[in-house]
Design a protein around this ligand. Structure first.
Ligand code: 5AD
Ligand code: SF4
Length: 479
């Protein structure tokens, strides 16, 4: 254990990861060698995915690569030949769960020394994580980051044949890799990456370090992908990016931005277009008008506000104030009448006072959100906020979260109640988690709707008249 040669590995470097150049981003084509395409035959894989939709989409790519190599998917990790844990670094509790899982995997490795265990995703981009894996998690064979998923076949090959540990994490701005294989998780709903990375550098957030520079895929690649999904029978796409409202702004001399992309995607024949996630200061009139005019773009917007206090927003480096956020929100609601808006909020940011928190509560009252993801601030090593003075006791932060959630839940209920008596269009996902005679799906406004119906409706869009509105779901009858 003491004679590990730490320097032979490509380890992450947060100082490098922070750098941004003006260089035009390179487009790289994925390619798999004939040799790599043989080595998984007769073997199985399992991928465990944590975190955001970006990770869900990355796992679909990893599955695509593994299946091109001949591996087949298994749900039984005790028999798997390859297990990959695709990790999330956004908050400490997400990481703690993953450390627990990694520890548990030790048993599988003991039972099957040929098992290849891989750690991928955002945690792999963190310096302290890779050090800890090197020292204390020797049963992990492969560590690779978010910039080199397309090399997975090489890592598996090396781990399998040379029996060496492979640690390769690049802390660069990142390129765009096209022609990637994918095994999609859903038959009629698909993730479509439209951009990668983030250049916002909100002071609490690790994402700009783990995912690199903001870079947009070409319009043509995106349109082709969506057209192909239409041909394959997909009903809904969710466009993915850390800040989709900045689409195209990284390309020099380009004035084709997110609103233009929405208009073009609306013509592809796809029934439903959703997107996530957005930054308020990049949300422009062009996008709002495209949402108003495009009948396939769903009337739903997730617009993270993070805080209602100007002082806190400034320390977060969010580039807007409480009033300017509310102004943008009102413009959005005026341009797209009836739109449902949800948000993200962090309480207990370093230095947040009772007054700051009350500003957030007031903003929530004024904004009329119909849902929110709410969090207690989590210190992320390497981010500026990790060094900010933080005197608020944990108990007070938890209490703020509790009070905020009560208010947010009222918003969920109000948001559902406005559909009572109306007929809404539901894309049926499957049977309800609690009762398999009941179908479940989402309305255009992204409300969960349950109704009695035949399983043959799964994957179809059905008109449902709403009869009951609860906080977390609507009940209705097919019409
Ligand atoms: N602590 C708490 N919440 C965070 N988020 C991002 N970083 C942190 C952090 N360090 C939240 C933000 C973001 C969402 C994806 O996660 O609200 O919008
Ligand atoms: Fe993180 Fe801010 Fe970028 Fe969102 S916009 S990923 S919160 S840095």
């Amino acid at each position: 254990m003491n004679n590990i040669d730490f320097d032979k590995y490509f380890k992450p470097d947060l100082t490098q990861a922070r750098k941004r150049s003006k260089k035009q981003v390179e487009e790289v084509q994925f390619h798999m060698s004939e040799q790599a395409a043989q080595i998984g035959h007769g073997k199985t894989y399992k991928i465990d995915t944590y975190g955001c939709q970006g990770n869900e989409a990355d796992s679909e790519t990893m599955a695509g690569i593994l299946e091109l190599m001949g591996f087949t998917k298994t749900e039984h990790e005790e028999n798997a030949d390859v297990i990959i844990i695709n990790t999330c670094a956004i908050r400490e509790n997400a990481e703690n769960r993953i450390w627990g899982e990694l520890g548990r995997m030790k048993n599988y490795k003991r039972q099957n020394p040929n098992l290849i265990l891989g750690l991928a995703g955002c945690m792999a981009q963190e310096e302290n994580v890779v050090e800890r894996v090197l020292k204390k998690y020797q049963h992990v064979d492969i560590v690779f980051g978010t910039h080199n998923i397309h090399k997975l076949q090489d890592y598996i090959q090396t781990a399998m044949f040379s029996k060496e540990r492979v640690i390769e994490v690049f802390s660069r701005e990142g390129e765009i890799v096209e022609n990637l294989p994918k095994v999609r998780q859903h038959r009629f709903k698909a993730w479509v990456n439209i951009m990668f990375g983030c250049d916002e550098f909100c002071t609490y957030c690790i994402v700009p370090y783990t995912r690199g520079k903001e870079r947009s895929r070409s319009k043509q690649e995106i349109l082709d992908e969506v057209k192909q999904l239409v041909d394959e029978g997909y009903q809904e796409v969710t466009l993915l990016g850390q800040n989709v409202n900045a689409y195209g702004k990284d390309v020099v001399g380009n004035d084709y931005t997110f609103g233009d992309l929405l208009r073009d995607l609306d013509q592809t024949g796809i029934n439903r277009i959703r997107f996530t996630t957005s930054h308020p200061h990049d949300l422009d009139q062009k996008t709002m008008e495209a949402m108003r005019d495009c009948k396939h773009v769903m009337p739903f917007f997730h617009l993270p506000v993070q805080s209602g206090s100007n002082q806190v927003l400034k320390k977060m480096n969010r580039h807007y104030t409480k009033d300017s956020y509310l102004k943008t929100l009102n413009e959005l609601k005026e341009t797209v009448p009836g739109i449902s808006v949800t948000t993200d909020i962090i309480v207990g940011f370093p230095g947040e006072t009772e007054e700051d928190f009350l500003e957030t509560m007031d903003l929530v009252d004024q904004a009329n959100f119909e849902g929110a993801f709410t969090f207690v601030f989590s210190k992320r090593e390497g981010t500026p906020a990790a060094k900010f003075e933080d005197n608020t006791p944990e108990e007070i932060k938890k209490q703020r979260l509790y009070l905020l959630n009560e208010k947010i839940n009222e918003g969920y209920l109000r948001g559902n109640q406005r559909f009572l008596g109306q007929t809404v269009k539901v894309l049926v996902d499957g049977v309800s988690k609690y009762d398999d005679t009941i179908l479940a799906g989402y309305s255009e406004h992204n409300k969960l709707v349950n109704f009695k119906g035949d399983m043959s409706l799964i994957g179809h869009i059905v008109d449902v008249k709403i009869t009951v509105a609860k906080t977390w779901f609507l009940l209705g009858e097919a019409v």
